[in-house]
Design a protein around this ligand. Structure first.
Ligand code: HEM
Length: 301
């Protein structure tokens, strides 16, 4: 099942650009945002969404407002890794596997423990629908909504808080925290002023150490300096607040739990039907899809 021939170069040698942490963490987002979609699809039998590179397709879910922050450079880098791998090994590795592996690689380069990644996923034939994207957790979700969304996919409160720690890197556009309310009025005012001056401003999600994968995100939450309402929401439930405090006080604990929860995310169902795209941004042509269709029928025979 594993599509990586042993003779193939590893992703580390293929991807020197992965040393840039901001870049690297971004594929996580596909994992997180694919999560609800995955589970939807797993109950919908043959049309599986989730860890299936659907978000890379041109003119699809990628252009929906929920995914507006995805950077072009990230997408291009995934496609460039695909091109390199396919040159070396032939069309044997899917864009879904490459995204999953690149995410793990990025995490390991930030000195976190690695985890096993399931290989052999297929790239989807279609993007997620607006309805599927619409159920993703939003920046104004309260803690009950966050807990429910994650629980629906088998993630507990500890996973929720640990995975939200991905916001130790990366940026948000002004629209994502326009409604930020609650703790730390001075901080909220500053955010609003920056956006009033420059509506195109991209705000660091970790206002203390934005370029370092560390536990400062949680220290920020403790003093009301979380950028998104959904970040601050983690401090409003007894159990999630405990996890915020645990991770704020112990970076090693955060790192090990983050990797454990990422492993869970990487193993969500998805990508069992589809193709190995010859270009991550497009479905293969008709000829290439004939083989695929035969495989799909075989799977149901
Ligand atoms: C708990 C629910 C979550 C919500 C509501 C949420 C929401 C958001 C929002 C609104 C943004 C900013 C988008 C923009 O304005 O362009 C963002 C950025 C980001 N999120 Fe999340 N997120 C969640 C969980 C996660 C998880 C689980 C991960 C990874 C494991 C993750 C990784 C990231 C990263 C890396 C960025 C920065 C992207 C960039 O700089 O281009 N998020 N998130």
């Amino acid at each position: 099942m594993c599509p990586f021939p042993t003779a193939c170069p590893t992703t580390s040698t293929l991807c020197p650009a992965l040393t840039c942490r901001t870049w690297c963490a971004t594929p996580c987002r596909e994992r997180s945002q694919g999560m609800p979609v995955s589970s939807l699809a797993s109950s919908a039998s043959s049309s599986t969404k989730g860890c299936d590179a659907s978000i890379l397709l041109d003119n699809g879910e990628r252009n929906m407002p929920q995914n507006g922050g995805l950077r072009r450079s990230v997408l291009d880098l995934i496609e460039s890794i695909r091109a390199t791998v396919h040159r070396a090994c032939g069309p044997t590795v899917s864009c879904a596997d490459i995204t999953n592996l690149a995410t793990k690689e990025a995490i390991m380069q930030s000195r976190l423990p690695g985890y096993d990644v399931p290989l052999g996923r297929r790239d989807s034939l279609t993007p997620a629908t607006a309805q599927q994207v619409g159920i993703l957790p939003g920046p104004d979700f309260n803690v009950q909504q966050l807990v429910r969304t994650f629980a629906d996919r088998g993630f507990d409160k500890m996973d929720l808080v640990a995975l939200s720690g991905a916001h130790t890197v990366g940026k948000a556009s002004c629209g994502s925290f326009r409604n930020r309310a609650g703790e730390n009025a001075d901080f909220v005012r500053t955010l609003q002023q920056v956006c009033a001056r420059n509506p195109g401003h991209l705000q660091d999600l970790d206002v203390t150490t934005p370029n370092t994968f560390d536990n400062r995100y949680y220290n920020n939450l403790q003093v009301g300096r979380g950028v998104l309402n959904s970040d601050m929401a983690l401090t409003r439930d007894g159990e999630t607040k405990n996890w915020v405090n645990n991770f704020a006080g112990n970076q090693g604990w955060f790192f090990s739990q983050f990797s454990t929860s990422m492993r869970k995310l990487a193993h969500l169902p998805g990508g069992n039907i589809g193709e190995i795209r010859n270009n991550c941004f497009r479905r293969n042509g008709n000829g290439e899809s004939v083989i695929l269709a035969a495989e799909v029928f075989a799977a149901f025979a």
